[in-house]
Design a protein around this ligand. Structure first.
Ligand code: HEM
Length: 187
């Protein structure tokens, strides 16, 4: 069952971060469009946020909580705590700010002059800021989850990252040196 929840978790952040970056590019590209086409692009992005990003985030949270259960009986390793904190906060921002804002942007109509409605720039700004913060937190969670080994080897200077990096990953087969998983997981 553990493999299934890991799949839900990994699929979840793949959808979240992948579709998030795609909508960012779409939003930037749509800046050049005429008002009607630009609103049409936001309707498409709204559908992507509601039907891809939001289910992805739910998958990350549900998978993450189920996978966390064995750790709750003992110490939570640093990398896992960072993943849960950063990923959890990012997920809540997506569910409570980014997706509702995308839905509102997707419902906008041109004003009577055929221009973008007055509320558009404010909603777009909220969307850019909240999605960037949430995406940044998602990347931090990804770096924590993978123990950022490449970055650590490149810098070879950050003791905190080095400690996170040498933690055991039962799935990726890294050797445990400083951090060991609970026995229920290693078994
Ligand atoms: C965007 C957010 C997140 C990303 C990118 C992410 C990334 C990852 C990655 C790459 C792994 C595989 C680690 C491994 O097996 O070596 C993992 C596993 C895990 N994640 Fe997350 N995660 C996120 C959010 C969360 C949240 C919010 C929670 C808790 C609520 C959580 C809990 C866990 C747990 C418990 C595992 C299994 C750890 C293990 O025993 O190996 N994650 N995650």
């Amino acid at each position: 069952m553990r493999g299934f929840w890991l799949l839900v978790h990994v699929l979840g952040f793949t959808l979240w971060l992948g579709a998030g970056i795609a909508t960012m590019i779409a939003g930037l590209t749509a800046k050049r469009f005429a008002p009607a086409e630009r609103l049409a692009a936001y309707r498409v992005m709204s559908a992507v946020f509601r039907m891809v990003v939001a289910p992805g985030v739910v998958g990350v949270l549900v998978g993450g909580f189920v996978l966390s259960a064995p750790y709750m009986r003992g110490d939570v390793p640093g990398w896992l705590g960072l993943m849960m904190g950063a990923g959890g906060l990012g997920a809540l921002i997506v569910l409570f700010v980014v997706v509702p804002t995308a839905a509102r942007l997707g419902r906008l109509e041109l004003d009577p002059r055929g221009e973008l409605p007055e509320v558009f720039p404010r909603l777009r700004k909220t969307q850019i800021i909240s999605a960037s913060i949430a995406g940044g937190l998602g990347i931090v969670a990804l770096i924590a989850g993978t123990r950022a080994c490449v970055a650590v080897r490149l810098t070879n200077r950050l003791p905190v990252l080095q400690r996170l990096c040498t933690g055991q990953s039962p799935h990726l087969g890294r050797r445990a040196e400083h951090i060991s998983a609970p026995s229920s997981i290693s078994a």
